[in-house]
Design a protein around this ligand. Structure first.
Ligand code: MEV
Length: 331
């Protein structure tokens, strides 16, 4: 028997970067998912194979050996090794596993692909050994993998990939899932420029270390803006929601995480009537999101494409991590 788990990607509506320090992030799970199939091995290797992500190789005693000859994002590979081993250690099992990884979430552009893959790995390995892991445990163990990739992540991404839906997450406080019976017409614009969340978070930290008197008030403002954004969302005040997204973009720019490419897509969207547009995720490249009234959605999308962005419409999904047993993949 093998076990399969899938987990969703995400967009951050408010609170990226500030959530590392203070206040909430407002996150939405989207209907692009990562899937991991886990099966048992006779040796102690963690064998990771992913055509989509472009790597194949195994970890043994913490040492990685590439099978394809191509080392792709070593930290991402190590994160899956750590996540799988943490699950087995938690369950008191010593074994090796095969992990077959597939993802429909574009990589390294702020849509939560690494968290989705970590969460799916944790859940698949848990299911493989009949561990009955709760969502809380899946998120907690996945966070260990996330730390390998991102250094000091807030925990936002592994939580949204685990629980799905719409979420308020605050470090040290916890998460709250929100019910929203309104469809949110978001468009994602992807600059297609990959970047590392770890580097972006470290860049903000360095800026803050050098200028705490200026950066701390910006972070406090972002934290209260994030809470105001949540209130506007719950009251369906779309105009205000758009204002707050635009304000948030200004503050993210002040922290140095926007780029010319992101700004171009943000202004392209606003020019065609978007109520609000901002980067989403760590910035430095990656994606932006635009909120527009339904009659403007096509115009906004066209404008993003004309500005050399790749546009995507995604739906918000309530479905967090899902697991099931399947017939053997590796027999
Ligand atoms: C990355 O998706 C969001 C950041 O706030 C980092 C984090 O929360 O760990 C930039």
């Amino acid at each position: 028997m093998s076990a399969e788990a899938t987990a969703p990607g995400k967009i951050i509506l408010f609170g990226e970067h500030s959530v590392v320090y203070k206040g909430p992030a407002i996150l939405l799970a989207v209907d692009r998912r990562a899937t991991v199939i886990a099966s048992k091995r006779d040796d102690k290797r963690i064998y990771i194979d992913s055509e989509d992500l472009g790597f194949s190789g195994y970890f043994e005693d913490g040492k990685y050996t590439s099978v394809t000859g191509k080392i792709w994002r070593g930290r991402n590979m190590a994160a899956l090794d750590v996540a799988a081993r943490k699950v087995m250690a938690y369950l008191g099992i010593e074994s090796g596993v095969n992990l077959k990884v597939r993802s429909m979430i574009p990589i390294a552009v702020g849509l939560g692909s690494s968290a989705a893959v970590c969460v799916a790995t944790t859940a698949a390995v848990g299911e493989l050994f009949d561990g009955n892991l709760t969502n809380e445990k899946i998120s907690e163990l996945s966070y260990e993998g996330e730390k390998v990739i991102h250094g000091n992540p807030s925990g936002a991404d592994n939580n949204i990939a685990t629980y799905g839906g719409i979420m308020r997450y605050e470090r040290g406080v916890g998460l709250k899932r929100l019910k929203l019976d309104v469809s949110l017409p978001f468009i994602i614009g992807n600059t297609r420029k990959k970047r590392s969340t770890r580097n972006m978070v470290e860049g903000v930290k360095a800026l803050r270390d050098r200028n705490p008197e200026v950066v701390d008030p910006i972070i406090y403002t972002m934290a209260s803006l994030s809470q105001a954004g949540l209130d506007a969302l719950l009251r369906r005040e779309t105009k205000k929601l758009g204002d707050l997204m635009n304000l948030n973009q200004g503050l993210l720019s002040a922290l140095g995480v926007s780029t010319i490419e992101l700004d171009e897509l943000v202004y392209a969207a606003r020019r065609e009537g978007a109520l609000g547009a901002k980067l989403t995720g760590a910035g430095g490249g990656g994606c932006m999101i635009a909120l527009a009234e339904s009659e403007n959605l096509n115009k906004v999308e066209k404008s993003i494409r004309a500005a050399r962005g790749h546009s995507m419409r995604v739906n918000i999904t309530d479905e967090g991590v899902k697991t099931r047993k399947i017939k053997d993949e590796y027999s």
